[in-house]
Design a protein around this ligand. Structure first.
Ligand SMILES: Cc1cc2nc3c(=O)[nH]c(=O)nc-3n(C[C@H](O)[C@H](O)[C@H](O)COP(=O)(O)OP(=O)(O)OC[C@H]3O[C@@H](n4cnc5c(N)ncnc54)[C@H](O)[C@@H]3O)c2cc1C
Length: 359
């Protein structure tokens, strides 16, 4: 039997790390306060992409993970991505050409379409834009279902899932993390402990004096009532709002980068998003607000993921990031390789948890 590994957090990131470790022969225990499926994960827009003004190294990392989702679909029963593509015209006129040229140079499958082209991709748009960019290789996933599918695969490979269990503190001795203590006072021993606790990561690391600066911006997503038919084929990023239709049939929408800060005005923002959807999408006229979520993005202080071993402590590995839905496959794969084989993938270099920007 391989190493004994404790994974704290059963969101999309923890679930992927757990599955890749179990696949590599580790004895994995996943612990989560909730019922499995995460917190940020269930409040996400869940767009799988390498879009939106990323530096080139981060673009390629995200793209590598997009390929990872296709691998997960083959490996894990019930993981299923809708590779529907994304149609974007939420870009200012002066940035449009540069944005297109840069992403095309980097190898993104980006195609410029005119109004007729946009209408062919999304016949449900009431007023298609004069020009837009379509990326056929982008996808959307139902993130809680995907996380639970990976947790089930972990269990099938011999792993243990402890739901409804809160980790109160990490345990450490002589500079090595030896596991964690639950809120009930039970000790879980492990050769390695992975912190995939989303926004709670910073607080958990502080229990052993490790610092990792984070910002956790809120984002509201409005979920409409269920539409009786398919109104959109894929994801739409319009200046008015970002919107997609879930597998269940709801239109879900956020403003400003897949979910903005409601600043205490959830109802008003939800109604406004619904009105914008009705103006944008044919057939949405009879929909109402179904429910609203406000999630917090677990973002390291400089905006990039933190993946790896914090300096000065053994037996500990951190995986915390925004865009965790996009990045879950690559993070799981590379974290498991580093933990099991001691090999750190060169693409992880920018994401060292010990980098000065997070101090
Ligand atoms: C509004 C919004 C829109 C987004 N849109 C996108 C998008 O379009 N594309 C994209 O790629 N990403 C998007 N993201 C980001 C993405 O959702 C997150 O990066 C991702 O879900 C993080 O997953 P996670 O598993 O790390 O964290 P989480 O899902 O938060 O899971 C962490 C888990 O740790 C558990 N936990 C915490 N503390 C403890 C403890 N003490 N003991 C035991 N368990 C504990 C929690 O219960 C939780 O289940 C969005 C996020 C938000 C909020």
């Amino acid at each position: 039997m391989g190493k004994t590994v404790l994974v704290v957090g059963a969101g999309i990131v923890g679930a992927s790390v757990a599955w890749h470790l179990a696949k590599a022969g580790c004895k994995v225990t996943v612990v989560d306060t909730g019922d499995g499926g995460g917190l940020a994960t269930r409040h996400s827009f869940a767009w799988i992409n390498a879009n939106w003004g990323n530096p080139e190294f981060y673009f390629h990392f995200r793209r590598r993970s997009m390929a990872g989702w296709r691998r997960l679909e083959r490996e894990v029963p019930d993981v299923s991505v809708n590779w529907c593509g994304g149609l974007t015209w939420d870009i200012s006129a002066e940035d449009f050409d540069t944005f297109e040229a840069e992403h095309t140079r980097w190898g993104y499958g980006m195609r410029r379409v005119d109004s007729a082209g946009a209408q062919r991709i999304e016949p449900g748009l009431k007023t298609p834009p004069d020009r837009a960019l379509f990326v056929a290789e982008e996808g959307m996933v139902e993130p809680v279902e995907a996380a639970r599918a990976m947790l089930a695969a972990t269990a099938a490979a011999g792993g243990t899932l402890l739901t409804g269990t809160r980790i109160a503190a990490l345990s450490a001795r002589d500079g090595k993390v030896t596991g964690a203590v639950t809120a009930d006072g039970d000790t879980i021993l492990a050769d390695e402990t992975v912190i995939a606790a989303g926004t709670a990561t910073q607080g958990m690391l502080e229990t052993i004096g490790v610092r990792l600066g984070m910002i956790t911006s809120p984002g509201l997503i409005m979920h409409s009532t269920v539409a009786s038919q398919r109104l959109l084929n894929g994801m739409v990023f319009a200046p008015q709002c970002n919107v997609r239709q879930t597998r269940e049939g709801r239109l879900i929408a956020g403003s400003d980068f897949a979910g903005a800060d409601p600043k205490g005005e959830e109802d008003r923002m939800a109604r406004e998003l619904l009105a914008r959807i009705k103006a944008l999408v044919r057939g949405a006229e009879d929909l109402d607000v179904g429910f609203v979520t406000v999630g917090h993005r677990p973002t390291p202080a400089d905006g990039f993921p933190a993946i790896g071993r914090p300096p000065g402590v053994e037996g500990l590995y951190v995986t915390v990031m925004h865009s965790g839905v996009t990045l879950a496959p690559i993070v799981g794969e590379l974290a498991a390789r580093e933990i099991v084989e001691g090999l750190r993938d060169p693409d992880l270099a920018p994401y060292d948890p010990g980098r000065p920007e997070l101090g």
